[in-house]
Design a protein around this ligand. Structure first.
Ligand code: HEC
Length: 193
């Protein structure tokens, strides 16, 4: 009988340790899920919008549409305390320039992508303290496709290039090939104390 009680207790203890930890770890998993969902939705929306304007208006006009609409589409993804932006090691819109943390993560994502890491590894999350406040930060790589090289590639059509020159005199976001790390989505949410 005594032996039975002991094994029961052991089993109980084992179950306790096997149960996922409540609190922080579980919160982080939930935040990670939310971040991935926001990115998936935003990525889909941007790509659909791009396909549509390329088809209906052509590349030159699409530059202006991207210029006017992309920032609003990204802003529209903000919800439930999440701040959402795009960033890159070579930016077109100067407002997308990375902060120190984003720069470090972009470098890591770039190295992983160059080493042919699978898409599932091209993300990074971390709890960081910013101005005394803890935040959950998440980044997901954006890989260039062939269609992106029309406006971000090495050989950009003359008319497209001059449209880009006039809208973005400090444009660095050129010279990419399909498969390169074009940039990343960067999300951040304050953690409740
Ligand atoms: C029709 C031209 C055009 C095409 C095609 C295009 N882009 Fe862009 N891209 C732009 C413009 C213009 C901006 C700047 C938008 C702004 O002012 O915020 C931009 C900005 C970006 C940014 C934000 C970072 C930065 O440099 O400011 C990323 C990331 C990006 N593009 C990725 C892509 C990807 C990935 C593709 C292909 C799926 C793509 N783009 C195709 C014109 C284009």
């Amino acid at each position: 009988m005594k032996l039975r009680t002991t094994s029961f207790l052991c089993l109980f203890a084992l179950l306790l340790t096997a149960t996922p930890l409540p609190g922080r770890a579980a919160d982080e998993q939930q935040l990670l899920r939310e971040a991935r969902e926001i990115v998936a939705r935003l990525d889909k929306r941007l790509k659909e919008e791009l396909q549509k304007v390329l088809k209906e208006e052509g590349t030159v006009q699409a530059v202006e549409t991207c210029h006017l609409k992309a920032p609003d589409i990204v802003k529209d993804a903000w919800r439930n305390g999440w701040e959402v932006r795009r960033t890159s090691l070579k930016v077109r819109n100067l407002e997308d320039a990375p902060d120190k943390w984003e720069y470090k993560v972009l470098k890591e994502l770039d190295a992983k992508n160059e080493a042919d890491a699978p898409d599932s590894e091209l993300e990074h999350w971390e709890v960081v303290t910013v101005d005394g406040q803890k935040r959950f930060r998440y980044m997901k790589a954006i890989i260039a496709k062939q269609v992106c090289t029309r406006c971000h590639g090495k050989h950009i059509h003359k008319e497209v290039a001059s449209q880009l020159d006039s809208l973005y005199p400090f444009d660095q976001a050129r010279g990419f090939e399909a498969g390169d790390l074009r940039g990343a989505y960067s999300l951040s949410k304050p953690l409740s104390p």
